[in-house]
Structures are given as structure tokens and as C-alpha cells.
Design a protein around this ligand. Structure first.
Ligand code: M7G
Length: 180
């Protein structure tokens, strides 16, 4: 018996650069796609968990036909709710799994089409987990999504989640347009 998900999802991986000649698009690759809960678990159990990934790598899980890039037509008008975990964060694998389940299970938003994907960045100064949305100006929907995402990430009052429109991605010091 297979339990179908509402969408087909693709997992992407960004590998760390070996030298400076490699561009963003050289490093980003689709890994695999799935359409059922059972396929999700088989993949999740087979691939390295975030705490085993090297610095400067990312996982991206996006809905079918959406590339995990600001330039993608479905992302271009959107943005991301993001949180930076400082330091070692031993529970990061669990928080990433909770984020994946919330996104593929569509439990974060009743309007499922608002969420495009979810990303984890492995960086020297800590992990970042972000949910990418289709729009950046629908404050009511974004606030609803952000509050649920805070629960998924187990963030308290003193841990602000920040929303950045992708239109600010190329700025040197982008400022969040919403904070929860
Ligand atoms: P990051 O991985 O979002 O955050 O961006 P970081 O600063 O914590 O590492 C790192 C760099 O990757 C950016 O400065 C861009 O050069 C490149 N990059 C990341 N993203 C998500 C994109 C994207 O969507 N499109 C393009 N063209 N470059 C990107």
C-alpha cells in the first residue's frame, strides 16, 4: 500500500565548491523525486543527515517543476522564513525531519500552494532552515505559515524567525520584512 502525497517533490543537493571557478549552478543538482510517503522515508533513511554534511552544502526540497532558486518563476515574487541555529545544535537532524514532514504533509498551510519548498544550509557559523513561499506580500498567510513553522522548529519567544523577500537577496545587508 502506498500513500500518495499532494505533490511530487524533488530533493536537490548543493555540493561545496572545490575551487572558485565553480558557479552556483555547477554545484546544484537534483538528487531524486518522490510522490508517496513510503518513497519519502526510503530516501530519507538512505541519505546522510544534515549533521554529516560538509560546510557550504545544502539540501533543498521543492515541489515538482520549481527550481530552488530565486530566479524560478514560482519563487521570484516570494521569499523565505528563515532561522539561523547558532553553534552545534545536536537536534538539527530532528528539526530538519520535522520541517520536511510539515512541508510534504502540507500541515503548515491550508492553502498548500503558498509553500514552494524547504532548505537547509550547512555553514561554519551554524545551520539555517528556511521555508520558501510563493508570495512576499500576503502578510496574513505569511504570518500563519511563520507561526506554524516556529512550532515545527521548536522556537520560543526569544528566538525570532525572519522573513526575507527574494527581491532583497542580492542586497549586501538585506533586512527582514517580517519578524515573528
Ligand atoms: P546562500 O546559500 O543563500 O546563503 O547564498 P549563505 O550566504 O549563508 O551561504 C550563498 C550564495 O549562493 C549567494 O551569494 C549566491 O551567490 C548563491 N545563491 C544562493 N541561492 C539560493 C541562489 C539562487 O537562488 N540563485 C542564484 N543565482 N544564486 C544563489
Amino acid at each position: 500500500l502506498k500513500h500518495p502525497l499532494n505533490s511530487k517533490w524533488t530533493l536537490w543537493y548543493t555540493k561545496p565548491p572545490v575551487d572558485k571557478s565553480e558557479s552556483w549552478s555547477d554545484l546544484l543538482r537534483p538528487v531524486t523525486s518522490f510522490t508517496t510517503v513510503e518513497e519519502f522515508w526510503a530516501i530519507h533513511n538512505a541519505i546522510p543527515k544534515p549533521r554529516y554534511l560538509p560546510f557550504k552544502s545544502d539540501y533543498h526540497l521543492f515541489r515538482e517543476d520549481i527550481r530552488p532558486e530565486w530566479e524560478d518563476a514560482t519563487n521570484a515574487q516570494g521569499g523565505k522564513w528563515t532561522y539561523q541555529f547558532k553553534g552545534k545544535t545536536p537536534e538539527i537532524d530532528d528539526l530538519w525531519m520535522r520541517s520536511l514532514l510539515a512541508v510534504i504533509g502540507e500541515t503548515i498551510d491550508e492553502d498548500e500552494s503558498e509553500i514552494n519548498g524547504v532548505v537547509i544550509n550547512i555553514r561554519k557559523n551554524g545551520y539555517k532552515i528556511a521555508i520558501w513561499t510563493k508570495s512576499a506580500d500576503n502578510e496574513e498567510a505569511l504570518t500563519r505559515i511563520g507561526s506554524k513553522f516556529k512550532t515545527v522548529l521548536k522556537l520560543g519567544e526569544d528566538s525570532p524567525l525572519e522573513f526575507f523577500p527574494h527581491s532583497t537577496a542580492s542586497e549586501k545587508h538585506p533586512q527582514p520584512s517580517l519578524i515573528l
